[in-house]
Design a protein around this ligand. Structure first.
Ligand SMILES: Cc1cc2nc3c(=O)[nH]c(=O)nc-3n(C[C@H](O)[C@H](O)[C@H](O)COP(=O)(O)OP(=O)(O)OC[C@H]3O[C@@H](n4cnc5c(N)ncnc54)[C@H](O)[C@@H]3O)c2cc1C
Length: 382
């Protein structure tokens, strides 16, 4: 789905401060309503396009603003602080934009990057299938080479932005390996089925994407055919993990904000909740983890900016730390709010549901721990 040309007369989101202003003006006050409706208004997509929020890390000649990855993280943190559903859309859009800018041909870059940078087209990434989540080696969607290009067959599911995206980056099996394909939404054989009732990030426009004899030209293949299973998939998921790490820090910050306000107003006996030591202990743990999580993703972002391959492990660690911290502190935030925290009156129930999702997507906590431990053993080998 496309939107009209952005005017770009609005303030551009180029750093944490401008992102915070954008979120305050367009997202924070409506995030609970987005969550309840399981949808986002058209006006928000237009505002995001006008603010240059979709892919500011792309270079100016690609339509972006050349924002560094460390800064991009802080922008995604601020958006995640306001609404994890909106940040999820930015995450998958960032992953696809990054993959095309990094591995696309000249023609693919010219065709797609200005569209993605401007927000005229939104992107989604299709890796998961009912039978293939963490284990991408089980991907069953096939890509068959023909005289005219490729034919894709299979079903991708839990696709963030799937209800709306104009471009899908689809990972499919070509014989013994897995390759990546750029699939426009209007390709014949693409079938979109919305998914409702998901636990968290309810407004992230999830869908199942069916590919039924979907015919594509040769230009659909992104990167060399035997390449995706390695660098392209790993690099693209790394970018998603980075965004989720930052967004998870945003959730912890949001928990802290909500708890500071609530405990200041709520009385038990003659005391404000904020004056109780057990409450202060929880607040201190939130402050400590939000600070640590921020330092971890900023470190990973700086490594990306300097082209240091260590960023991959730094990003795993940042995402593992931040997503588990978000789940822990969102549970405590509900606890601190008591029954008020269980209803729609306060945002902490939404944080609680959204934070759980962060422990599952872009590499579950179990996969993160296995990967981090494996690297530790490799490093300790003589
Ligand atoms: C809200 C939401 C949005 C999503 N958006 C997208 C999207 O945009 N695009 C996309 O492609 N996918 C998306 N997904 C899917 C997501 O990437 C997968 O859910 C994730 O990769 C985990 O796969 P799975 O759910 O199949 O779980 P499985 O891989 O089946 O794992 C089930 C459980 O077993 C554990 N486990 C798996 N392997 C091991 C192991 N070796 N050792 C120990 N434990 C293990 C896992 O950690 C998990 O706890 C989304 C999911 C959700 C919930």
């Amino acid at each position: 789905m496309t939107i009209s040309l952005p005017r770009r007369s609005a303030e551009q989101v180029l750093d944490r401060a401008s992102a915070r202003r954008f979120v305050a003006g367009h997202i924070a006050g409506s995030a609970d309503a987005f969550d309840r409706r399981g949808d986002l208004p058209e006006s928000l997509f237009e505002a995001m396009a006008e603010a240059g929020l979709w892919a500011p890390f792309l270079s100016a000649d690609q339509g972006g603003a050349g924002v560094s990855y460390a800064t991009l993280g802080s922008i995604h943190e601020e958006v995640g602080r306001g609404c994890s559903s909106v940040r999820s859309l930015l995450t998958v859009h960032t992953m696809v934009s990054f993959a095309i800018s990094r591995w696309g041909s000249q023609e693919q870059r010219q065709r797609w990057l200005p569209e993605l940078a401007s927000g005229r087209v939104q992107a989604a990434i299709c890796v998961s299938e009912y039978e293939a989540g963490s284990d991408t080696g089980r991907i069953g969607t096939t890509a068959r080479r023909t005289d005219r290009g490729w034919v894709l067959d299979g079903t991708k599911t839990w696709i963030t932005a799937g209800r709306r995206a104009g471009l899908f980056l689809v990972f499919a099996r070509t014989g013994s390996t897995i390759a990546a394909f750029l699939v426009p939404r209007d390709t014949s054989g693409v079938e979109i089925t919305p998914i409702d009732g998901i636990l968290g990030t309810r407004a992230s426009l999830l869908a199942t994407v069916g590919l039924r004899d979907a015919e594509l030209g040769p230009e659909a293949l992104l990167g060399p055919e035997n390449f995706a299973a390695g660098m392209l998939l790993a690099g693209t998921l790394d970018m998603g993990r980075f965004s989720v790490a930052a967004g998870s820090v945003g959730i912890v910050q949001a928990c802290l904000d909500a708890c500071a306000a609530y405990t200041t107003g709520r009385m038990v006996g003659d005391s404000r909740l904020r004056d109780l030591q057990l409450i202060r202990a929880k607040m201190a743990d939130m402050v400590t983890d939000v600070t640590a999580g921020r330092l971890l993703y900023e470190h990973a972002g700086r490594l990306k900016d300097s082209g240091n391959a260590e960023t991959i492990m730094a990003t795993w660690i940042a995402k593992y730390f931040a997503s588990t911290a978000a789940a822990r502190h969102a549970a405590e935030a509900v606890q601190i709010h008591g029954a008020h925290g269980c209803g729609p009156e306060y945002p902490v129930a939404r944080y609680f549901r959204d934070a759980k999702i962060m422990e599952i997507i872009e590499g579950s906590s179990e996969i993160q721990r296995l990967t981090i431990a494996e690297a530790a053993y490799r490093r300790s080998e003589p």
